[in-house]
Design a protein around this ligand. Structure first.
Ligand code: C2E
Ligand code: CA
Ligand code: CA
Length: 553
């Protein structure tokens, strides 16, 4: 049986509750509360099912006004109609009630027909509003945002407008790590932040499109106005403490023509918003036609990725690392290459970020790890002792529940002891959620993997992380390499990092080394390993094998 709609009767008089209940119990399920406080408690767990509240004003503990005040503070209750039962013609309290959002009144001398009609009317009216407004946040829903925006654009033909796509970065992750209730709460906070900045602004509409995605359409004279509005919204939002790192992205599309279809305009703003994703400090971007082309390129990559994986178009290259002391190769980093059917290469810089966004990276990473395991297996089978190969582990894996199991199963499948594999986690992973990352690293350690922090220094969290999470090796980003022999500042910073790593007994790899003066410096500073074009570029497996054979490994 589908749940009947519920009516919540709030009245301290048992008799009143009973007679109302008698009148309404055929069509509805009746809930009863003796006072405002009880009513709020019931509401909390029945917000989805309560169709109407019938409220008495004079009650002990918490009276009707007290209830209405609390009730009005909760956005989620916005579409639940309240009907107040009145004993006398007290104009003042009626006024106060209306101000507090009461929909209707019924006289205390209950007349069954009148009550039926009033309740029915209230429910019907609330349903119409439900169709227009987003239930969770109370601002326009998608359809109504499109409609209202269309009308607004038609009304203001000569005015210039911007559409903004606004969303929360990594919202899905927040939702799965902190629970749907926290996710909902965050969505409401965003809506509130937008609402408080834009409510009452001329020629402006805004609504929730879906999930954590909001849209704003606003008139403007100067671009600066748009940026100011966004800053204000962000400022409002970040006033709330969150247990996670909260970032938002805004994509802005400036309308050239007010006649365009609103959903299409919103798509363009969404394209611009993607531009800011995952980019530190860039939280708003204006749409440009090049972004549209970029989208097409992305789409093409997405269309081709499955076939490419099936047809082994992804090839693993190996870039050797060199031991500074001996100048000999020791191990390598596995780097994926996409070689298309026509022989052309697509750079990982182009496809990896796309696969990280759509999740395909977990399949590609697995593919690479498997190729590397096969390679190590074949070396072992031929009686050699291969140096460890490091593989990249995209952050997306860490949010995949079966990640640990998957990688353990894989090394077991090829009987590769885990110490032959180094796992490279990029530094920015460590700013996500410390607890989650620490657990992941601990678990990987327990089963015997070596963990490297990749791109050390490219993000913001580096130093803190070393204090809290036990990593085995750090790989220093090439940003830190002095570009010339005169670049003394870079040299000093590099020196300090190496000294610190040494004192923590953390081996160091410096990557991106291209020039002799850099090698000379690193050797002087006591760096352990170097990876870079100076020694070798990434190469196919066979060539890497020849290289280590030639070096007597
Ligand atoms: P990364 O992990 O930081 O890898 C190092 C990148 O620096 C590689 O670029 C490498 O070819 C390049 N490199 C090495 N030495 C030098 C040098 O001396 N000079 C210069 N200019 N570059 C140097 P690549 O292969 O294009 O890969 C780019 C990024 O794509 C990687 O950065 C990594 O984040 C990602 N990637 C590559 N393969 C995989 C993979 O299998 N899985 C995942 N998740 N990411 C991968
Ligand atoms: Ca790497
Ligand atoms: Ca790196």
């Amino acid at each position: 049986m589908k749940n009947k709609s519920q009516i919540l009767i709030v009245d301290d008089s048992k008799l009143n509750r009973a007679s109302l209940s008698d009148i309404l119990k055929d069509g509805y399920e009746i809930l009863e509360a003796e006072n405002g406080k009880e009513a709020l408690e019931i509401l909390e767990s029945h917000v989805e099912t309560i169709a109407v509240i019938i409220l008495d004003l004079v009650m002990p503990v918490m009276d009707g006004f007290g209830f209405l005040e609390k009730f009005g503070e909760n956005e989620a209750y916005k579409y639940i109609p309240v009907i107040v039962t009145t004993g006398s013609d007290d104009v003042e309290s009626e006024k106060r009630c209306l101000k507090l959002g009461v929909w209707d009144f019924i006289p205390k001398k209950f007349h069954p027909d009148i009550i039926h009609f009033r309740v029915l009317n209230a429910i019907q009216k609330s349903k119409i509003d439900v169709l227009k407004y987003d239930l969770l946040t109370g601002i326009y829903n998608e359809q109504n945002f499109y409609l209202e925006t269309r009308e607004m654009l038609d009304r203001h033909k000569e005015q210039t407008f911007a559409v903004i796509h606004y969303d929360v970065d990594r919202f899905k992750m927040i939702n799965s790590l902190y629970g749907a209730a926290e996710g909902d709460h965050l969505i409401c906070q965003v809506a509130k932040a937008i609402d408080s900045v834009l409510e009452g602004r001329d020629a402006t509409t805004y609504g929730r499109i879906s999930g954590d995605i909001f849209a704003i359409c606003m008139s403007y004279d100067k671009k600066q106005e748009i940026e100011e509005v966004l800053q204000e919204i962000d400022g409002n939002l970040k006033r709330h403490e969150t247990p996670y790192y909260l970032e938002t992205s805004a994509g802005i599309y400036l309308l050239e023509n007010n006649d365009w279809e609103v959903p299409i305009i919103c798509d363009k703003a969404a394209i611009a918003a993607r531009r800011c994703k995952g980019q530190y400090l860039l939280h708003a971007a204006f749409y440009t036609p090049e972004m549209g082309l970029e989208m097409l390129r992305e789409q093409k990559i997405i269309d081709e990725m499955d076939t490419a994986l099936q047809e082994n178009q992804f090839v693993v290259y190996y870039q050797p690392k060199y031991e500074v002391k001996t100048g000999r190769p020791y191990g390598a980093e596995a780097l994926v290459r996409w070689q298309k059917e026509d022989g052309s290469f697509v750079s990982p810089g182009e496809f990896i970020p796309i696969f990280e966004k759509n999740g395909f990276i977990t399949r590609l990473d697995y593919y690479v790890w498997e190729k590397v395991c096969q390679f190590i297996r074949s070396e072992l089978d031929e009686g050699r002792e291969p140096a460890p190969i490091s593989v990249n582990v995209s952050r997306v894996n860490l949010y995949t529940p079966k990640f640990l199991e998957t990688i353990v199963d894989l090394v077991e499948k090829y009987k590769v002891p885990p110490h032959y594999l180094y796992l490279e986690l990029t530094e920015t992973v460590f700013s996500d959620s410390e607890k989650l990352i620490r657990e992941a690293v601990d678990n990987l350690h327990k089963v015997g993997f070596t963990i490297m922090m990749d791109d050390f220094g490219s993000g913001y969290s580096s130093l803190n992380v070393l204090k809290d999470i036990h990593l085995d090796i750090i790989k220093i980003d090439r940003e830190f390499l002095p570009r010339s022999e005169e670049d003394i500042r870079s040299e000093k910073i590099l020196e300090a990092i190496i000294r610190m790593a040494n004192s923590l007994k953390l081996p160091i790899v410096v990557e991106g080394v291209e020039e002799a003066h850099q090698v000379e410096l690193l050797s002087r500073l006591g760096c352990d390993y170097i990876q870079g074009y100076y020694f070798a570029k990434p190469m196919p497996q066979a060539q890497y094998r020849d290289l280590i054979l030639a070096n007597g490994a």
